[in-house]
Ligand binder design. Structure first.
Ligand SMILES: Cc1cc2nc3c(=O)[nH]c(=O)nc-3n(C[C@H](O)[C@H](O)[C@H](O)COP(=O)(O)OP(=O)(O)OC[C@H]3O[C@@H](n4cnc5c(N)ncnc54)[C@H](O)[C@@H]3O)c2cc1C
Length: 232
């Protein structure tokens, strides 16, 4: 297993900004003295007001380690202090304070066949894993289930689908699948032969997905969870 690197505080200059929907912002950053991340790791972004007040939040890396830019996808939460600032105010050329990469537990480098199941913006670290897997010819070792309310709401929906992820939309029919969270019957064939499971999303989603994995026979000790909970 590859040891996960940890990076210090640095800065990231925004090289590209895209707002794929009115609730998402995709930032691509040139990071000074960047330390290469492993798929699944995250960064902390720190905002600083002129009076010295700071707020910091974690954001998973979406980019493949080989990408020269660091990509983050932020979902704008109503009244969210950091996410709404990034969504509304981030411009090309702005410089953000960053620390990372961080996290040694929620990483995957193809060492075991795995499944990832994510809800909403929880797909971001799985996108990094899929991009990495594709580049290294490891795509058959990673299965992904992405859960979103609608296709438009789900970050990276088109890319996830193109890379073979199973999409379960809960408020919209998709192809011939009727809107519903993933069923055990849908998950069962996907967990066949996997030795590890990654769960990522809100606290509620993580408990739903962990329970579902248990129902289809995935052992609790093989499940790694990253929760995007409320920040106190
Ligand atoms: C390891 C890690 C990786 C993360 N990666 C991503 C990522 O790739 N993309 C991304 O968009 N977010 C990600 N998050 C969540 C992110 O860190 C922030 O929690 C989120 O952006 C909200 O921050 P805020 O300052 O906008 O909201 P706050 O001002 O902290 O909160 C505003 C309101 O939203 C509620 N709230 C806070 N966080 C959430 C949440 N995640 N879901 C629902 N309600 C919430 C609060 O209780 C409060 O009522 C990640 C979190 C962790 C721990």
């Amino acid at each position: 297993m590859t040891t996960a690197p940890t990076g210090p505080w640095t800065t990231g200059r925004i090289a590209e900004v895209e707002r794929p929907t009115d609730r998402l912002v995709r930032l691509r950053l040139e990071v000074a003295d960047r330390v290469d991340h492993l798929p699944g790791q995250h960064y902390v972004v720190r905002l600083r007001a002129p009076d010295g007040y700071t707020a910091q939040r974690s954001y998973s890396v979406a980019s493949d380690p080989a990408d020269p830019l660091l990509e983050l996808m932020v979902e704008c939460l109503p009244d969210g202090e950091v996410s709404s600032f990034l969504h509304d105010e981030a411009r090309v050329g702005d410089v953000l304070e960053l620390r990372g990469p961080i996290g040694g537990w929620f990483t995957w480098t193809g060492e075991v066949p795995a499944i990832g199941i994510a809800g909403g913006s929880g797909v971001v670290p799985l996108v990094a894993m899929l991009r990495y897997a594709d580049r290294l010819g490891l795509a058959d070792r990673l299965r992904v289930v992405a859960v979103g309310r609608t296709y438009a709401d789900l970050p990276y929906a088109a890319e996830l689908e193109r890379r073979g992820a199973f999409l379960a939309l809960t408020r919209e029919n998709h192809h011939d699948r009727v809107a519903h969270p993933p069923y055990p019957d849908e998950l069962a064939p996907l967990v066949d032969g996997v030795e590890r499971a990654y769960v990522c999303g809100s606290v509620g989603f993580a408990s739903f997905a962990t329970r579902l994995l248990g129902e289809v026979g995935v052992l609790a000790r093989t499940i790694r969870v990253e929760q995007f909970g409320a920040t106190g």
